[in-house]
Design a protein around this ligand. Structure first.
Ligand code: HPA
Length: 273
């Protein structure tokens, strides 16, 4: 098997060749925000499937596209289609595209996701600025050989979500009059939603929202010294808080309803980077 570091170098070489200059900002958009890909200007699009070693999303209807384009006159790289642990990818498979992208020169990553609200002061439809996370996936993308050229064996995670970028986001939300909650994101591997008992446990250990993504790429980013900004769309109150069953359809519907507000916030932040 080809050494992972060789794969990263190869992929990075291909990305530079096909995109030319690599933007400094990567956007990873979760449920409901895929439309941002359509409004980028001056686009160059590379399908994941044309990139060797890039995993291809298994979720039906999820296009796998890596796009370079301008958002608010700033060039960004955008991943349309994300990889989840519950799809059966190993953490190392999930890590590879991010490592190649970061290795190519990206300096910061903005991640968004859909999440269940655990904090009872949250409401369905809120946007939460992620201040920290708890990794309950039970795995890490950094398990295995460490490549010192990418980062240290034991990376610090004290500032996993950049205070500098959070400040920018808070100011931007204030200016746009968008209500911004903030809190800790707990990552579960899914694909089941949680039980009410699990939600009580997550609240006890300090989580404000829960989801099934984001943390693998945030760990990879921190390992490589890439600054991270994260937002959760609170698409539902977590299991057991309201007397309802959770469904992906409801999650998607709420994500759809808040997409404009979510987009304004991200576009506003990008402008100020
Ligand atoms: N739990 C886990 N993942 C989620 C949820 C949830 O309640 N809502 C959206 N993604």
């Amino acid at each position: 098997m080809q050494d992972d570091f060789k794969k990263i170098e190869n992929l990075s070489r291909i990305l530079k060749k096909r995109f030319g200059r690599i933007p400094e900002t990567l956007l990873v958009l979760g449920s409901g925000l895929g439309f941002v890909a359509d409004i980028l200007e001056n686009k160059t699009i590379i399908p994941y499937k044309s990139l060797k070693d890039f995993p291809v999303s298994t979720v039906a209807g999820h296009e796998g596209l890596l796009i370079k384009g301008d958002l608010n006159k700033k060039d960004v790289l955008l991943m349309k289609g994300r990889f989840h642990y519950y799809e059966g990818y190993s953490m190392q498979q999930i890590a590879l595209p991010f490592r190649a992208i970061f290795y190519s020169g990206v300096k910061r990553m903005i991640v968004t996701n859909a999440a269940g609200g655990i904090n009872k002061s949250f409401r369905k439809g809120d946007i939460m600025l992620i201040t920290d996370h708890i990794n309950l996936i039970g795995d890490s993308p950094l398990i295995g050989k460490n490549y010192e050229k990418l980062g240290p064996r034991f990376p610090d995670m004290t500032y996993a979500y950049s205070e500098r970028l959070r400040e920018i986001a808070i100011k931007c939300a204030r200016r746009l009059k968008i209500k911004l909650q903030s809190g800790v994101y707990a990552a579960m591997h899914g694909p089941t939603y949680e039980t009410p008992a699990e939600i009580r446990y997550l609240r006890t250990i300090g989580a404000d929202a829960v989801g099934m993504s984001t943390v693998p790429e945030v760990i990879v980013a921190n390992h490589m010294g890439v600054e991270v900004l994260g937002f959760s769309a609170i698409t539902n109150m977590a299991a057991g808080i309201e007397k309802v069953k959770l469904s992906h359809q409801d999650v998607s519907d709420v994500a759809e309803r808040i997409k404009e507000r979510f987009y304004s916030l991200i576009a506003g932040v990008v402008k100020e980077l």
